[in-house]
Design a protein around this ligand. Sequence first.
Ligand code: LRH
Ligand code: MN
Length: 426
Amino acid sequence: MKIEQNHIQETNKKDLQSHHDHFDFLVNSLSKKGKDVKNIINKLKDFQVAIPSWALGAGGTRFGRFSFYGEPSNLEQKIKDIGILHALTQTAGAVSLHIPWDVPEDYNAIKDLANGLNIKFDAVNSNTFQDQKGAKESYKYGSLSNTSEAVRQQAIQHNLDVIKIGDKLGSKSLTVWLADGSCFPGQNNFQTALQNTENSLKDIYKGLPNDWSMLIEYKPYEPNFYSTVIQDWGTSFMLANACGDKAYSLVDLGHHLPNSNIEQIVSILMSKGKLGGFHFNDSKYGDDDLTVGSIKPYALFLIFNELVYGMQNNPQNPDLAWMIDASHNVKDPLEDLIQSLEAIQEAYAKALLIDQNELKSAQLANDVVKCQEILQDAFRTDVRPLLEKARLESGGALSPIKAYRSLDVRNGLIKERGKHTVATGL
Ligand code: LRH
Ligand code: MN
């Protein structure tokens, strides 16, 4: 199923006038405030988010999994589904593969397919949190931190293999997330586990091509429920520094204990030039992997405020890897990802409305009320006409969800693939 340009223009027709009315009204009020609307729209058009290859089917929990039918059953179909997302939103121009769930059979065919859909290969993810059939060693008690050298070597080799796979596809970064930890007090020697992990990461780091980076993802708990070796940003930051200049921290929004100040963590990592990228999602309690901006949209906005400040003031920090990491239990995976992409673009556009110099002078003057007024004026601005304009100028849909439904995409996929295909992934 491929979505053609003319199909999208057809669905846009009936909403065009209302878009122009809202857009003209907004541009008028923003220009009066001295906002550079053209600059914001160009930044939105250039902003591409990588879609997780493991989140194109229905997710599930230990309590059950409910399929959506027409799920992609191989990497080709996954790339095609991302092609549908990108055609509608014009902001899903990349994929993040998870190995071994998505090992290409024909590298050239996959590259040609992705290229034809303007999809790049972002970070590749290793997987040392599951045992593969026929594997010699088990990761039951950890991988890079394991007390067994043989297990650590197997995990290191897997990461080196993942780098090779990514290199053949044009990816430039490796994401390492470890489930390593313990479920009970006394089970692990914390220092040994951390030292083993550091040494193992350094061995992987040695295998990185010069123009590659390594993104170290932290998480406080799950699947281990007493301790996790790389539990927080500080541990990830410490390990990235221990590895070298090409190692950075990856912030998964769902990997924080309740009420953590994630925007402050982002500002610290950027100020130290060690923020490598994001796994965007939202959560109410744990690592819920819900739709971005569906629970805490203001927190997401505050994170983008720090990102915009950092992108203007921290040349020491590299370009960031923007990725989604979600799991869909009750929503159509493609609709869920469309809503996440919209929420990310919305938070970015609102943050771009903030005059960082005006905010800085209010902060220096300790004018606390004015600081909040500056933030909330931007947050309370309906920027959706700007997102629509960016999509329209790039050939996308004014309303991707409306277009997805009026083009009856899910039923089209079910007709093509049937009701029993299951996507690899979480
Ligand atoms: C761990 C995580 C990690 C992925 C996995 C699919 O919770 O966020 O990024 O490897 O989800
Ligand atoms: Mn993640």
